[in-house]
Write a protein that binds this ligand. Sequence first.
Ligand code: TXA
Ligand code: MG
Length: 299
Amino acid sequence: MPIISSIDEAVARLMRGDIVALPTETVYGLGGDARNPLAIRQIYAAKGRPAGHPVIVHLARDASIDPWAISSERAEILAKAFWPGPLTIVLPKQEDVPSELSGGLSTIGLRKPSHPLFQAVLTKLNTGLAAPSANRFGRISPTTAAHVIDELGQDIAVLDGGPCTIGIESTIVDLSGDIPAILRHGSIEAAAIETLIGPLGDSATIAPGTLKSHYAPLTALLLSNDPDADRRRLEEKGHTVAVMNATKPAEYARNLYAELRRLDALGVDFLIAERAELKGIGAAVNDRLQRASHSFSTS
Ligand code: TXA
Ligand code: MG
């Protein structure tokens, strides 16, 4: 019985060190008690994720970040503006934060998600939850409970919160160095962050999840400005093709991963995704499509 609907059951499982997939406003996360190294190990095992990849610690809306990280004025400003919500802030970690969480780095990524079910679980647990996206390593993030089961199998408990409203992962901003930098684009735009804390620079840090090939369907994916022309070109060569047309950026983002999954299952030779309009979350959609298409080149 992998799908659970009770917050109390999710909390009970997490308290005894088990892992539970939980809905957030961005994508589903695979949650475990952030202070329990055995829970963290279970998360890595379930995802097939190599060690050395840091995970984001999720906190209740009223929780202090002090037990986890060394805060700063910039961090306070961004937290006040965007939490709870789809922003992850990377800060120098406190010494006693388990190194399993930080992948051996001296920093930690923190986020206060806005999803009411995730918040209810966090408030009852009274600790942080480590939660990477609940997909197999390198694959498409899940935006429904059914996707989680497709990815991780029937043995994982999933708290069903319906489809995620944003649909792509949080914006990650690195505040651990002198100059703040975006490590991953998301629905909170760089411009909105710059308005509050000043110019962003290039990060010296590499977020392992920003590896070039990521979020990948199994079918070769082509990112296109002109999907009709590309479709014709490929069909003339005898290939079968499925096309994902761009819609308004927020809607495109919300449906992106579900559509990629659906089209990937068709068994065609090529998927063509139309480039998103460069407005709002559109830049983050293009970033994900670019990474999903990395292994494929038309030349
Ligand atoms: O929207 C989200 O952020 C979702 C939901 C579940 O909250 N979580 C998520 O986690 O996307 P994950 O583990 O799939 O991606 C987190 C990314 C990874 O690329 C990881 O390398 C990076 O964040 N990251 C985490 N902590 C970091 C740190 N201390 N320094 C640099 N990058 C970090
Ligand atoms: Mg992920």
